[in-house]
Design a protein around this ligand. Structure first.
Ligand code: ADP
Ligand code: MG
Length: 607
């Protein structure tokens, strides 16, 4: 039932829904449709939504005698008093979206509830009801918004071009569609069909439908649960990254939000795997107790606030990190038909089906990967089936305690570099190797970078630091607050491996610097620390780690260096000792592999 909120409740709610552009109207309308339990929502726009917006749903509809009330400010069926505010599961609850939209555009509502004999049509302009009459229509609600800002023409010029406004709308509808995989969304722009999702609950299908098969090819499934938090979704293989966060979509408790906390957790999980300035693709669906999030902190409801930011950040980081480690992504040498052409006469051209992404989606349909069947061997169907069943059983294993999972990650390496048989190298750059199932190419430079990087990092993290003595000690004259707050930074700097002491007169003398830095880097690190001194905070770890990465690159052998078979074997041993042998610190792959099956396919021995 729609009620008018009492003043206290209305005031407590962040006021001022801003209807500044077509997309804000669409968001409100679609959220209302979702709240109404719709399983199918169609969004149509013309001229970027400036002249025409229509949202059609098959939700519960509005009772005939309440339609007018729905347009009143602070009219809502979703809460009735202040105590409800803390545990709100529905999307909109300020009861002012429809009222605000009517104030700036011509609005028409057609609606019918299931038990009403006939529907209702109400036309509103400003606060005037122009029509309220019976009307034949299906169950659900259709709201049409025409001529946005017809009564405030000055606001029109703040709108972007039709195309730009349409892009914003498509973007938000894409995100909402993704976060509601059980709802069928259809988006139409002008008379162009933009996309339709199936509403069948399969997130990966929606990603393919909305963003295309290309993006979805190299995704890795995320699935982690604790007693309070859960996260599901997909992230990109580190080999695939973008120059912006445009394809990072976060959904918390069913709501698409932006969150620098989640961004940071994600970024940390990819640290060492991606170049600076590259961003992973991520579709993350997070659930946590509603009382631990504040969704309405911003009037446009975008940025979310968590009770415990650090906890959320860590949870995201660990979930993504575990998934990356588990799958530790070895890119497979792609077989491209065009590289192995067959004459058109032999093979009739058929429309290519959308390539099925090579990931198994947790809790959704499961199709085991096609097994490679050695030539000439009899296929033992029983065996094959039972091995498939075993794989399925594995998928429903209960969540393991943390320590056990870590152990599993180690075991779950796809192969041990040290166990590979080395054939030699080509172009003085790529080592060729094989094991019983696969053929591998190894980028010797990337491999070395990884080895050096982990060595330097271990030195950095070690309790007893290896230090290098400086020929000439360094002197630093520092601001006096650096000295008065010495306790906040000096122990940390000593812990890093510096030998540093106070020399009087606001001066420190440094005799030794950590061995994982060059003396020059060690000096500029301290200089930055002292000039940007903010109450004892050391520059963040990322900067340090970046330096370590730089060092490891400089020390590593280059592609093009000729190395012997013995050195190649030694390199593989060192890689095996690494925590993550499969990508260089920048995120480039160390290994590229081809399975026997893929090779046989190239030679057309199998289909
Ligand atoms: P709020 O969503 O914050 O309650 P709105 O102004 O967006 O406020 O909507 C007012 C009321 O109108 C809602 O509480 C709901 O009862 C009704 N309503 C709006 N849109 C729909 C819809 N598509 N289907 C059913 N009811 C709707
Ligand atoms: Mg609403």
């Amino acid at each position: 039932m729609i009620k008018i909120l009492d003043k206290r409740t209305a005031d407590k709610i962040a006021a001022g829904e801003v209807i500044d552009r077509p997309v804000s109207i669409i968001k409100e309308l679609v959220e209302n449709s979702i709240d109404a339990g719709a399983t199918s929502i169609t969004v149509e726009i013309s001229n970027g939504g400036k002249s025409y917006i229509r949202v059609t749903d098959n939700g519960c509809g509005i009772p005939a005698d309440e339609v007018e009330l729905a347009f009143k400010r602070h009219a809502t069926s979703k809460i009735s008093d202040v105590s409800d505010l803390d545990s709100i599961y529905t999307l909109g609850f300020r009861g002012e979206a429809l009222a605000s939209i009517c104030a700036v555009a011509r609005v028409e509502v057609m609606t019918k509830t299931e038990d009403a004999k006939t529907g209702r049509r109400v036309i509103v302009e400003g606060s005037n009801i122009l029509e309220n009459a019976g009307f034949g229509c299906p169950v659900g609600t259709t709201i049409t918004v025409r001529d946005l800002f017809y009564n405030i023409p000055a606001r029109l010029k703040f709108l972007a071009s039709d195309a730009a406004e349409a892009r914003r709308i498509t973007d938000i509808i894409s995100k909402i569609a993704l976060s509601y995989p059980d709802i069928r969304f259809k988006m139409i722009n002008g008379n162009k069909h933009v996309f339709t999702t199936t509403g069948k609950g399969i997130i990966l299908n929606n990603i393919v439908n909305i963003y295309g098969a290309d993006l979805s090819k190299d995704l890795i499934a995320i699935d982690k649960k604790t007693d309070r938090f859960s996260i599901k979704g997909f992230v990109s293989n580190p080999a695939y990254s973008l120059t912006s966060r445009i394809r990072q979509i976060f959904c918390v408790n069913g709501r698409v939000i932006s969150s620098s906390i989640i961004e940071r957790g994600l970024e940390k999980a990819y640290k060492e795997r991606l170049f600076q300035g590259r961003f992973p693709v991520a579709f993350l669906f997070i659930s946590l107790p509603p009382e631990e999030v504040d969704v309405n902190v911003h009037p446009t409801k975008k940025e979310i606030r968590f009770d415990d930011n650090a906890e959320v950040e860590d949870f995201v980081e660990s979930a993504v990190r575990e998934a990356l480690a588990r799958t530790e992504a070895i890119p497979s040498a792609k077989i491209r038909e065009e590289n192995f052409p067959v004459s058109k006469k032999q093979e009739p051209q058929v429309a290519k089906p959308i390539e099925k992404p090579r990931v198994s989606e947790p809790n959704f349909e499961y199709k085991p990967e096609r097994k490679s069947i050695p030539q000439g061997e009899q296929v033992d169907i029983k065996n094959l089936l039972s091995s498939i069943r075993k794989e399925e059983e594995k998928k429903v294993e209960p969540v393991k305690p943390e320590a056990e999972i870590k152990q599993e990650i180690k075991i779950a390496r796809p192969f041990e570099p040290a166990a590979l048989n080395i054939i030699g190298s080509v172009f003085n750059t790529y080592i060729l190797a094989y094991d019983e199932n696969c053929f591998y190419m190894v980028d010797q430079h990337a491999a070395h970078e990884r080895v050096f990087y982990e060595k330097f990092k271990a030195q950095y993290e070690a309790i007893d630091k290896v230090a290098q003595q400086l020929l000439i000690p360094l002197n630093f004259n520092v601001p006096s607050d650096v000295v008065t707050m010495e306790d906040s930074w000096l122990p940390k700097v000593i812990q890093m491996g510096y030998s540093i002491e106070y020399f009087g007169n606001n001066t420190y003398m440094v005799r030794e610097v950590p061995s994982f830095m060059t003396p020059y880097e060690a000096e500029s690190f301290l200089r930055t620390l002292f000039t940007e001194f903010k109450g004892g905070k050391l520059p963040d770890n990322q900067k340090l780690l970046d330096r370590i990465i730089m060092n490891s690159c400089k020390a590593a052998i280059k592609g093009g260096d000729n190395i012997s078979l013995n050195e190649m074997n030694a390199l593989m041993m060192q890689l095996s000792a690494c925590e993550n042998p499969f990508s260089c610190p920048h995120g480039r792959p160390v290994f590229v592999k081809m399975t026997q099956y893929e090779i046989e396919k190239m030679f057309k021995r199998v289909q």
